[in-house]
Design a protein around this ligand. Structure first.
Ligand code: SF4
Length: 399
């Protein structure tokens, strides 16, 4: 499996299958109050998770899961590209993300929550044309998911603390993370029963599909864990076959350096020439390996206002993005995950998409951009001019 977070990741219903014996086998009157609380708490946490708006919630134990064993080799092979934060190590020189017990020795359980962000709009493989851009579905939202998920986690955290105060008091550490913790969330999501890790490296839930934001709460409480979700990919390889840049080096193994999400969001400056055509019309992220997944064919759409697309972001106009100026960038993408990338890189991606469209209508824009003060935008625009002019010349002479 791989470890890139490409957003760059129901009480089955709440994914938590209540652990056998949580409240049925032991009579609460026969055990101490704090033990009763711990037996009862997983159910209350899942109920509360649903109340605060999460679609799924499950609990995983802290273990040395086999999925994490290949992480050091993945880093050593350089498959993480320029994402240096993935290389962060502890004082002993060990990779922090490889073993949670090393960086959070107090943690005993991981509460994994998931929020459905799918909206009722066609997939990138069903809509638009080459002269329009594509922004990844998760980034259309009114609110940055880091904020919307963390807000819910914090409310859940408060509820857990309140339970502890009321029943003890019981001393415990409870800490929430959205993409910022020393943890590979999807591995814990699997062991919390939220979903299985697909060959496309995404967490997939049998009922909701894979359009899920994940957030985790680490806690020192030893909570009853859920059962891992069974793998339901079977013999399907649609995602692996559909990737335009052949970024999958095997089922569940991604070379991030070739992944369009990485290239459009994480890669700064020049995009290597040989990778530009594979980027197609992608401006920020890529959904192809999820769009083609059969488990997303009937994925339900959320009605949450915060997840509905901002104006202009579904199949966006390429020239609008390519010529965007800093003030408009700040206004249009205020409170959006897109603000986490650089305007220069967003414009660069739009220029590459114009080139890939081969559409001569972009020539006047590209000519202007070839003189742009931003040297990255200008150099990509000069390359794009050559590509569009060359293709148009070739199509004229072949007639
Ligand atoms: Fe699994 Fe097929 Fe979906 Fe890929 S497309 S994640 S192989 S079910």
């Amino acid at each position: 499996m791989t470890f890139i977070t490409r957003k760059w990741s129901a009480v089955q219903g709440l994914a938590g299958i209540p652990h056998a014996g949580v409240s049925t086998v032991i009579a609460f009157s026969e055990v101490p109050a704090t033990d009763c609380l711990l037996l009862d708490l997983p159910i209350r946490i899942k109920e509360r998770a649903r109340e605060v708006g999460f679609d799924l919630c499950g609990i995983a134990p802290v273990r040395e899961f086999g999925e994490l064993e290949s992480f050091p080799a993945w880093i050593a092979a350089g498959h993480h590209g320029e994402m240096k934060y993935m290389e962060s190590r502890d004082q002993a020189g060990e990779l922090k993300r490889a073993l949670l017990a090393r960086v959070a020795p107090w943690a005993r359980s991981v509460i994994v929550c998931a929020l459905n962000y799918n909206t009722a709009h066609p997939y990138s493989t069903q809509t638009g044309d080459a002269s329009q851009g594509w922004i990844s579905r998760y980034a259309w939202s009114q609110e940055d998911y880091h904020d919307s998920v963390l807000r819910r986690l914090r409310t859940l955290e408060d509820s857990i603390r309140a339970e502890l105060v009321n029943h003890g008091p019981l001393d415990a550490t409870v800490r929430s993370y959205v993409d910022t913790g020393p943890i590979v969330e999807r591995v814990y999501a699997k062991y919390a029963g939220v979903g299985w890790i697909g060959k496309n490296t995404c967490i997939i839930n049998q009922k909701l599909g894979s359009w899920l934001f994940l957030g985790v709460i680490l806690t020192s409480l030893e909570l009853a864990a859920d059962l891992p979700a069974p793998d339901r990919c079977g013999r399907c390889t649609r995602c692996l076959d559909a990737c335009p840049t052949h970024a999958f080096i095997g089922p569940g193994q991604l070379d991030a350096r070739l992944c369009i999400s990485y290239l459009t969001i994480e890669k700064r400056g020049d995009i290597p020439d040989e990778l530009r055509s594979g980027m197609g019309r992608h401006i920020f992220g890529c959904d192809i390996c999820q769009d083609v997944c059969p488990w997303n064919r009937k994925a339900p759409a959320t009605a949450a206002a915060e997840s509905q697309p901002r104006g202009g972001l579904v199949n966006p106009a390429l020239d609008w993005l390519a010529e965007m100026q800093p003030e408009e960038f700040r206004t249009v993408f205020r409170g959006s995950p897109i603000r986490r990338t650089k305007l220069s890189d967003l414009r660069r991606n739009a220029v590459i998409a114009m080139a890939n469209s081969g559409n001569v209508k972009f020539l006047p824009t590209l000519k202007r951009l070839a003189e742009d003060p931003d040297s990255v935008v200008a150099s990509h625009a000069r390359w794009a001019l050559g590509k569009v002019c060359g293709e148009s010349h070739a199509s004229r002479t072949s007639r």
